[in-house]
Design a protein around this ligand. Structure first.
Ligand code: FE2
Ligand code: FE2
Length: 141
């Protein structure tokens, strides 16, 4: 992983603060990577718990917005979110949260973020654009 993760303009939804949440998760991952780089010992469990918290809150909010605008692919999208959360919870249940975080560990979360933002959410972005529902960032949900 080289440099900082920044959500590209092409992946921005421009809807209800969801972009800010994506960037907030990216910022967390960036900071964790920087701290590890500096030789700080971050506990895997702490990173896993924080990621579970940030992703859960983001997914709940995103699904609420999808429901609000009657996004037709909500069921599949919710299932995709649930799969990610189940993977993170399984990692915790399997004791994968022990030890200290290294770049590999952090890169897994980076991959999850990319999977949500740059792949799964793009269908919602297209829907928002087609329906002219964007530009509600100032509503900050
Ligand atoms: Fe998302
Ligand atoms: Fe999503």
């Amino acid at each position: 992983m080289e440099g900082k993760i920044h959500i590209p303009e092409a992946a921005r939804l421009h809807c209800c603060g969801l972009d800010q949440e994506h960037q907030q998760i990216a910022d967390y991952i960036n900071t964790a990577a920087e701290r590890i780089q500096k030789g700080e010992a971050l506990e895997n469990r702490q990173v896993l718990d924080d990621m579970l918290d940030l992703f859960s809150r983001h997914f709940r909010h995103e699904e609420a917005e999808m429901r609000r605008v009657a996004y037709p692919d909500l069921p599949q999208h919710s299932a995709h979110h649930a799969e990610i959360i189940a993977t993170l919870k399984a990692a915790r249940a399997n004791g994968r949260g022990s030890g200290f975080a290294d770049r590999d560990w952090i890169e897994r979360f980076f991959a999850i973020l990319i999977e949500d933002v740059l792949r799964a959410d793009l269908g919602f972005k297209t829907f928002i654009e087609e329906k002219g529902l964007g530009d509600c960032d100032d509503m900050k949900g």
